[in-house]
Design a protein around this ligand. Structure first.
Ligand code: SF4
Length: 367
């Protein structure tokens, strides 16, 4: 069996291609798949598609041919994360407790913090990551739908090897069931597409399924360093005015430096932000936070340099040209998105009034 090693050094990875093919072939199983933001700008690499081009529609078409029953977007899960994480930040700013708030969507970082800085783990957001929120929601929806007798299996396509360990954490089980059953990396899905003989370069793109196929531009930029922070700031500023959006993008959260800092005004409160990519820089910053030398209200950390676009499950080689193209590819998706703010996603608004009502904590948080 093929194995590879996580770049964060946390785990040894097992490939999941065979069990997923078995689930897809089972007529009594409903296989639902979600696609992470950074996958769409890398999946075309082995098919001769220009670097960084958004191949989401082509991937959707291929997955449908391969037999997946429903195909959704993890960007939708990212919209949910923005809703919950911005609420949590406001609560902590008000109470003054557990500041800075550390982001929780990168399992490589979460594990690093737990191992190296256990005394600071209470600062990690209680929010589940986008894939986990979305998985929990999909499973809850399946539990409520008694008419469908099929077993629901959730598969995530991720740029990340550490996501395979994230789905196994005990807090990512709801009602005794794993929220996400399998994680396939971009590389594994590339191999599956090649096995079927589909050429991604020539297949006609298709649309995601509804209702969870609609997401905001804020969800798309989760795949790049600074994206989570920018998405949360959009929610807190609560304006889709072009000038406000530009102002947020110029606060200093964009760019590829290992550590970026910004100060923004939320209401009357100055909020100090740090955005980190790479665990070496994260370790240095954590030491400074621990000793009281550095003070922040919100800290975003992504274990991989530049964020998920260079994750350990992405096709290689990833040279400077590829990194730049993937990063620009995600910002281009955001530029083209009609909905810029997670809270303006109409499906998200409906969910909070419907399926999620009273279940936000059970499905979207760890504690
Ligand atoms: Fe995974 Fe790297 Fe993204 Fe973290 S930054 S979620 S380790 S791909």
């Amino acid at each position: 069996q093929c194995r590879s090693v996580c770049p964060t050094g946390a785990i040894t990875i097992k490939y999941n291609v065979s069990p997923v093919w078995r689930e897809v072939a089972d007529p009594n199983t409903r296989v639902v798949v979600q696609i992470a933001p950074a996958v769409r700008v890398a999946i075309g690499d082995k098919f001769g598609i220009p670097k960084g081009e958004n191949s989401l529609g082509k991937l959707v078409a291929a997955l449908r041919r391969m037999g997946f029953d429903e195909i959704y977007d993890t960007n939708f899960g990212a919209d949910l994360t923005v809703m919950e994480e911005s609420k949590e930040l406001l609560e902590r700013l008000e109470s003054g407790q557990n500041l800075p708030l550390f982001t929780s969507c990168c399992p490589g970082w979460v594990k690093f913090c737990e191992n190296r800085f256990p005394e600071l783990r209470g600062h990690i957001s209680t929010c589940r990551s986008p894939q986990q929120m979305f998985g929990a929601l999909l499973k809850e929806e399946a539990r409520m739908n008694e008419a469908d007798k099929r077993r629901t299996v959730v598969v995530s396509i991720m740029p990340c090897t550490a996501k395979k360990a994230e789905i196994l954490r005990p807090e990512h089980m709801t009602e005794g069931e794993q929220d996400v059953d399998y994680v396939l990396t971009t590389t594994e899905v590339t191999r599956m597409i090649q096995e079927t003989g589909i050429d991604l370069a020539v297949i006609e793109p298709e649309a995601l399924d509804m209702p969870f196929g609609i997401s905001s531009g804020a969800g798309a930029i989760f795949g790049v360093t600074g994206g989570v922070t920018e998405a949360v700031l959009r929610r807190l500023m609560n304006s889709s005015n072009v000038e406000v959006l530009e102002e947020i993008s110029y606060t200093g959260v964009r760019g590829v430096d290992g550590l970026k800092e910004a100060t923004v005004l939320v209401g009357e409160r100055e909020v100090k932000i740090a955005v980190v990519n790479g665990l070496k820089t994260a370790g240095e910053l954590m030491e400074r936070i621990k000793t009281g030398e550095a003070h922040y209200d919100f800290v975003e950390v992504m274990a991989c340099k530049r964020g998920c676009i260079t994750g350990g499950g992405q096709p290689v080689p990833i040279g400077p040209r590829t990194k730049k193209a993937r990063l620009e590819g995600l910002y281009k998706i955001d530029n083209m998105a009609q909905i810029k703010l997670s809270n303006e996603n109409p499906i998200i608004q409906n969910l909070y009034q419907g399926l999620l009502k009273g279940k936000e904590h059970k499905l979207l948080h760890n504690e």
